[in-house]
Design a protein around this ligand. Structure first.
Ligand code: AMP
Length: 492
């Protein structure tokens, strides 16, 4: 096997080491020289602890610049980084330790005892300030270990909303190919400055945001967590912002968000969950910017994006990115399962060859689990996850179609439509709605609205008003939780 690939090698080939890597508002600035020397020192330190190329390194720490140094250390040394959401509790962590069988764990000091109990390997710490036993005191020389292009660089566990989480094996080449595609599609430039306010245990903050900044040798304004006020304050110094839809809703609540604050901005992107047309329009109205909505997933990286030049259509995720082939198993314009193929698509699930084989068809297309439509111009709209599809009275109902009608109402902030068990229909459509403050919208009004716009079998049997929808760290509505909560609505 030829060892001629390492994503870090390609990222760093043309680094100007004097350029800023990460600027922390009110705190220190780190240069690309820091990234290079710190990642080398950490890679050397981990090697001395016995970690070898191909070994897994579990990293469950708070977001910090040093956390990124650890990540890049793993890439350059050929260790397989396994970032874990900090929200995972002991029981979940036990599963990841058993499944990934790491050669090293890097964790928050508060988790050290837990990991010492659960993991059969050295455990080192890293706190939110970037201090801990994972970080060596001495600089070390460390080259970059070349790998085969299909060697795994990162294992990212899927959120596992149904069943156990699966480790997606993402290769050095997957990472490089997708970063290059986005760099060109989003017309990235070395003069760009990115506001980084996303978590770094997930594809969005780790691959999409960090990789593009590093590929461009660009500075990031590095926020340890999303804070609408801090983002607005950073806007005048920045050119690019990437967020999840709920971030944009929070930004719109900030009175200081206006066109003047965005005067140097050239790109706002949104993904990880659907962006409401209302949010797209409100943001455009307030700032003059049309958010670029894109679509991707852990297993595939980014698949589609609205264009930089050309129409950005709200409610769609744009056409496929160059080099990404998509197929929708349905007649034109009808909803069907979305399949993707390309250099961005992962190798398979860690230690789950049967599951991997199930999710790829004979032509190498990966079944995304997302139901989508494509219009005549090639723009794709995500209609929902296949497991969210409702079968009521034997007829397929796509929640997005109903949510779109409800969200159109001026009295509604957002909604989630789910199917729950029903003695006659099998499943019944239920709408869970967040109404705008001060609205006196009633259940009957919602049902009448749906009746006026949709076939009867799609009309919700119940409309339930709540203060907020349950969401995970990436802003995705947790429909499984809603289904559990309302499971007995018609059957008890
Ligand atoms: P994750 O692997 O956590 O990134 O989740 C990927 C899933 O998020 C996809 O399979 C979609 O269901 C959803 N998703 C990502 N981007 C979008 C988007 N722009 N619109 C709708 N759903 C999205």
């Amino acid at each position: 096997m030829t060892l001629n690939c390492n994503v870090y090698q390609d990222f760093s080939a043309a680094f100007d080491l004097d350029k800023d890597f990460a600027r922390i508002p009110g705190g220190p600035t780190y240069s690309y020289r820091d990234l290079d020397s710190q990642s080398a020192a950490i890679a050397g330190h981990f090697s001395e602890l016995g970690v070898k190329p191909g070994d897994r390194v579990i990293v469950q720490v708070e977001k910090s610049v040093t956390n990124l140094f650890v990540y890049f250390a793993c890439l350059r040394a050929g260790f397989v980084c396994v970032p874990l959401n900090t929200a995972y509790v002991d029981e979940e962590v036990a599963f990841f330790c058993a499944d990934a069988s790491p050669a090293l764990v890097v964790c928050d000091p508060s988790r050290e005892d837990t990991f010492n109990r659960l993991a059969d390997c050295p455990v080192r710490t890293l706190d939110a300030q970037g201090r801990g036993s994972a970080i060596p005191n001495q600089p070390r020389d460390f080259g970059t270990a070349m790998r085969a292009r299909d060697d795994t660089a990162v294992i990212l566990y899927t959120s596992g909303t149904t069943g156990r989480p699966k480790g997606a094996m993402i290769s050095h080449h997957n990472l490089l190919a997708n970063a290059r595609t986005l760099y060109s599609a989003w017309q990235w430039q070395p003069s760009d400055v990115l506001i980084h306010a996303l978590p770094v245990f997930h594809i969005h903050g780790l691959f999409v945001a960090t990789h593009l900044a590093v590929l461009g040798n660009c500075p990031m304004i590095f926020l340890h967590r999303f804070d609408a006020g801090a983002v607005v304050e950073a806007l005048p110094e920045a050119t690019v912002y990437m967020g999840v839809p709920t971030n944009y809703v929070r930004l719109l609540d900030e009175p200081r968000l206006n066109a003047e604050a965005c005067r140097h901005m050239r790109l706002f992107t949104s993904g990880s969950a659907p962006l409401l047309t209302q949010t797209f329009n409100d943001f455009h109205h307030r700032t003059g910017h049309r958010i670029v909505e894109r679509y991707g997933m852990t297993e595939t990286g980014m698949n589609t994006s609205n264009p930089l030049d050309g129409e950005r259509r709200p409610g769609t995720v744009g056409p496929p990115l160059p080099g990404v082939e998509v197929r929708i198993d349905a007649p034109p314009r009808q909803p069907g399962m979305l399949y993707v193929r390309g250099e961005n698509v992962f190798k398979g699930y860690w230690q789950l060859p049967d599951k991997t084989a199930e999710e790829f068809d004979g032509d190498g297309y990966f079944r995304t689990g997302d139901v989508a439509t494509m219009d005549d111009d090639g723009y794709i709209a995500i209609v929902g996850r296949d497991k969210d599809m409702i079968i009521s009275g034997g007829l397929n109902v796509y929640p997005k179609e109903i949510e779109t009608v409800i969200d159109d109402s001026d009295d509604v902030t957002e909604s989630a439509v789910i199917g729950v068990p029903h003695p006659d229909f099998g499943e019944a459509v239920v709408a869970v709605i967040v109404a705008r403050k001060d609205s006196d919208l009633s259940e009957n009004e919602i049902i009448n609205l749906l009746k006026s716009r949709l076939a009867n079998f799609k009309v919700a049997k119940r409309a339930i008003f709540v203060d907020r929808l349950p969401r995970n760290a990436m802003g995705k509505v947790q429909k499984a939780r809603l289904r559990d909560q309302y499971a007995k609505l018609f059957t008890s």
